[in-house]
Ligand binder design. Sequence first.
Ligand SMILES: *Cc1c(COP(=O)(O)O)cnc(C)c1O
Length: 230
Amino acid sequence: MLKENYQAVFRNITKACANKGRNTDDVTLIAVSKTKPVSDLQEIYDAGCRDFGENKVQELCDKYEVLPKDIRWHMIGHLQRNKVKYIVDKVCLIHSVDSVRLAQEISKEAVKKQVDVDILLEVNVAEEESKFGLTVSAVENTVREIAKMPGVHIKGLMTIAPYVDDPEENRQYFAQLHQLSVDISSKNIDNVSMNVLSMGMSGDYMVATEEGATLVRVGTGIFGQRNYSI
Ligand SMILES: *Cc1c(COP(=O)(O)O)cnc(C)c1O
């Protein structure tokens, strides 16, 4: 069943790519597996998925221990500085960097463990009060600060769009994040690339793909509703 869901999401991404003349290979589907049991992840893994997203450090580490080592783990949730040390050598990408202080901690741990850590800057494009993320206007200066740090490499931008019934409402925010990445890319800042755009969730990943997402983060659409009470 999960396998069918995964493949259906994949087909929708292919459709969205076709709508805009994009290459499907340029979009990676991240299965957001938070709260879900390892057996569910294994099922999707067996269907070919190698990219999984988690939002809690402990849960990511627990699943990392028991699942195949060729999985690419994505940290997509708000990250506290005191937990950075547990994940820098386990994740392929941290999507949720929203401050210079957090990046400093990642840099410190990366140097200590002699690893290179790829990150995205989280941008609160819609300026929702309830959400983490940098304001659009703060992004360029933040990029310039973090670019100087050893062991961390900015690869692009990430946003969590508002929860809406009609995904078309979020098209403007995806387009805005895309434009911002183009603007920053044109500044040719050392140690910074803007090739990655992490945007789109179960409700709006097709619109996000049409607007240039290279990583889409889909949870419910693959695994079904989450139950937080257990
Ligand atoms: C939970 C989560 C998702 C997946 O949300 P769904 O609506 O279940 O697809 C994507 N991105 C982030 C940052 C999340 O926390």
